[in-house]
Design a protein. Structure first.
Length: 419
């Protein structure tokens, strides 16, 4: 257990949509509730029907190791923020339990733990006290906190006058510099500019190297890929994957649904069967060509059928696009199953995880266009020497460098520094 920082067992959280608030009720609350019941003649069954129950989390069991940066990813409404709020002690679970082995610090919303009427300086001390720090400890970190947040000229101004970016920078700086054992971070980093996001990523990397644990919720898959070692995928409140960040991104790619995916009524007309990469599978070595194989089934004769293959970054940016001229020029394709092979030359992409998919668009005589999209396939690009995924750009060519001393400075003979 000494290597475990966070553990949850059958964690579940239930909400009732549209349920009234609990706790202290005024005479006005009681009268208005009785009046609504009289008008709607609502019994207990009708109230339950109008306020259905949802499970924001449903039987989630995870384990996070100390010193790791774990991403929590999933579509909107999958339960990511609910999980963090339970771990931070803000919300109680309906079932199950969570254990944190160490002092947590949380940044769940812009300005969490800040008071709008207090100055930045006062909020640093108040927030630090909430996290369990002594005044002496805060004194020792204060200058570093303010410098990181870049709010020195405004530190004695009430934070209600801060921009959302200033608010965020100071809140993150306090949460990370007061050195909790476990740092819980929600999507709030999206508010910061690119330079501040880079500083946050560097800070969290340093945090992890010191043996502390980070749980990071984000829709920025590029940042997830760059920063995190492990990953957790939530889908409709349930645990879909818990493993390495590669496994998590692969699972998330399968869960994402393309808006152009064919509907059930068209599935018999046009289908794309699973992609297969040869010879290495989903792991591709940079500089090697790859062959993608799949099949397309046409249930009826279709006109002007086109195919296209894309390779996207983790942030869903298309960086490779290819389409065959043959299919685009064909006026009519007979029904049947077609085996298709696409040979892609060496791409020289930087190491990382990319998303591959094939899309088909066709027309049935007299009907609207029919579209089908393959299930996304995560492709892991690897390099025998380069392992960094935070390199700028996307292309890392095998360029030949030749570096020599210039003629005017060669002395007795030219010196070659690099070939």
């Amino acid at each position: 257990m000494s290597n475990i920082a966070i553990q949850t067992v059958s964690l579940s959280k239930q909400y009732r949509i549209g349920a009234g608030k609990l706790g202290y009720r005024t005479i006005g609350d009681t009268l208005s509730t009785g009046f609504r019941r009289l008008i709607h003649r609502s019994g207990t069954a009708e109230v339950a029907e109008r306020n259905p129950i949802i499970w924001a989390l449903d039987d989630v069991s995870i384990t996070c190791r100390s010193g790791t940066i774990t991403a929590i990813i999933g579509r909107n409404g999958s339960g990511k923020t609910t999980l963090l709020k339970i771990l931070a002690g803000i919300t109680d679970p309906t079932r199950g339990f969570a254990e944190l082995f160490g002092r947590p610090g949380a940044l769940l919303e812009v300005g969490t733990g800040f008071h709008a009427e207090l100055t930045g300086r006062e909020n640093v001390y108040m927030n630090g006290a909430i996290l369990g720090m002594t005044r002496r400890e805060i004194d020792g970190k204060f200058d570093e906190i303010v410098a990181f947040a870049e709010v020195e000229p405004f530190i004695d101004t009430a934070v209600k006058y801060y921009s959302s970016g200033m608010y965020l920078r100071l809140a993150f700086s306090v949460a990370s510099h007061l050195e909790p054992d476990i740092l819980l971070i929600d999507e709030v980093l999206a508010v910061g500019d690119a330079e501040f996001q880079r500083k946050c990523i560097d800070r969290m990397s340093t945090f992890s190297r010191q043996g502390r644990t980070v749980l990071f919720v984000s829709h920025n898959l590029a940042a997830v890929q760059q920063l995190c070692t492990d990953g957790i995928v939530l889908d409709h409140g349930r645990l879909a994957c818990s493993g390495t960040v590669t496994e998590a991104l692969t699972t998330y790619a399968r869960l994402r649904r393309d808006p152009d995916r064919s509907s059930d009524e068209n599935s018999s007309l046009l289908q794309i069967h699973p992609l297969e990469i040869q010879p290495q599978g989903s792991r591709v070595f940079i500089g090697d060509p790859l062959v993608v194989r799949f099949t397309v089934t046409l249930g009826h004769a279709l006109e002007r059928t086109s195919l296209r293959l894309t390779l996207r970054t983790a942030g869903d940016e298309v960086i490779v696009y290819t389409a065959p001229d043959l299919f685009q020029q064909t006026r009519l394709i007979e029904p049947g199953t077609y085996s298709i092979s696409v040979t892609i030359p060496p791409l020289w992409l930087k190491p990382g995880i990319y998303d591959m998919r094939v899309k088909a668009v066709a027309e049935q005589p007299g009907l609207e266009k029919i579209r089908a999209v393959s299930d996304p396939m995560a492709v892991q690009m690897e390099h025998p020497h380069l392992h960094h995924i935070d390199l700028p750009g996307y292309i890392v060519p095998n360029a030949q460098w030749d570096i020599r001393r210039s003629e005017s400075d060669r002395g007795e003979g030219a010196t070659m520094l690099c070939r």
